[in-house]
Design a protein around this ligand. Structure first.
Ligand code: MRU
Length: 353
């Protein structure tokens, strides 16, 4: 239990903490339409793969509630329209599409219901998506905890805590579980340029959890691996391709290369809702490019020359061969991922092939 929350359905209103203002201000905002939720996802009021999946689900619930549809057919058409708007909010994290598809498929199974019941079914499904996320993250924490030695020094990239999910966290959930199980752990927190999710959010969450940590610039991780004893790297994931390539926050690939060079185990952590078996390779994953201002400015201050060009990919692909294992709520997938990831969707337990 934390004294903050990422997102909640509150009597037909979606309430989210505005993550753009953390750690300086803890402000919650209310959203009344699916368009407003899409905008909140796009502008990163809410961010992190599982969290935007849950937000998309609640966006659909808002459409179901607010729709003027007089028939099931009109409702289905409105829901499809809302799904299109929500899907366009951000392209890389597959959890967004996953949540939308889950709601559409539940709707398709219940076309025989009357309109008020169908509306309730959409709202309940959105709430299930959110509730399940917390349980799944706690399971991920326990699965991953076996890999964390007592006294571990861990490098973590981006933000994967309760704020990036509905609660508990993925990679940060593993760290939290290790800490709560009595292990001494210390985390080197990559600041995660340009949006500084590590410096602003991960550090804030680790402080609240009482987990010892040190914030570093992204470029310091190689030096730290060379000069200190690092036991493992833990990162999140926004989409896992069938072959084990993983899309995650920009800078993850660099960290994986450094970890490989220094023989530091490198784990990607996420729920199976981040697994996209319909995507064969990492290069098929759409990589979001964000505004140049995120790189060109720090706060309101422009830091690069006016004429300088900026390229700002928000995610990168880490090839499967750099990943020691993929930690999910259903176990740890190990290479070869083509086989272990397929299997993990069906079985529980560790894959060691
Ligand atoms: O651009 P963001 O902040 O939405 O980036 C996403 C991340 O925080 C991580 O890459 C991610 O979603 C890992 S899974 C919690």
């Amino acid at each position: 239990v934390t004294d903050y929350y990422t997102i909640r359905w509150n009597d037909g209103v979606v309430r989210m903490i505005d993550q753009r203002l953390l750690p300086q201000e803890e402000i919650y905002r209310d959203y009344y339409t699916h368009q407003e939720v899409a905008q909140a996802i796009h502008t990163m009021v809410i961010r992190g793969a599982p969290a935007i999946g849950a937000a998309a689900g609640f966006g659909m619930a808002l459409m179901a509630m607010n729709s003027q549809a007089q028939s099931i057919e009109e409702m289905v058409s409105d829901l499809h329209q809302a799904a299109t708007v929500l899907k366009a909010a951000r392209p890389t994290a597959v959890n967004l599409t996953w949540a939308l598809e889950r709601i559409i498929s539940v709707v398709n199974e219940n076309l025989h219901e009357n309109l008020p019941d169908l509306i309730n079914i959409v709202i309940t499904t959105a709430q299930h998506i959110a509730d399940e996320d917390v349980i799944v993250n706690q399971m991920i924490g326990q699965v991953g905890n076996v890999l964390v030695p007592d006294g571990a020094n861990i490098i973590h990239h981006c933000n994967t805590g309760a704020l990036a999910t509905v609660g508990y966290g993925t990679a940060l959930g593993v760290i939290r579980c290790a800490h709560e199980s009595g292990k001494q752990v210390h985390v080197y927190v990559d600041e995660t340029r340009p949006r500084l999710q590590g410096a602003r959010l991960t550090s804030w969450e680790l402080l609240k959890l009482g987990v010892p940590h040190t914030v570093i610039v992204d470029g310091a991780s190689g030096h730290i691996m060379r000069t200190k004893k690092i036991d493992l790297c833990l990162v999140g994931c926004d989409r896992i391709a069938a072959n084990g390539d993983v899309a995650n926050k920009i800078g993850t690939y660099n960290l994986a290369i450094a970890a490989n060079f220094h023989h530091v185990p490198f784990y990607s952590v996420g729920p199976t809702s981040t697994l996209d078996l319909s995507t064969s390779y990492g290069d098929e994953i759409p990589i979001e490019e964000r505004d140049a201002g995120e790189v060109a400015c720090i706060g309101e201050q422009k830091i690069i020359p006016n004429q300088a060009k900026v390229y700002n990919p928000a995610f990168d692909i880490t090839p499967a061969k750099l990943i020691t294992g993929i930690i999910t709520e259903k176990g740890i997938a190990k290479p070869p991922y083509l086989k272990s990831l397929r299997k993990i969707t069906q079985v529980y337990g560790e894959e060691n092939e």
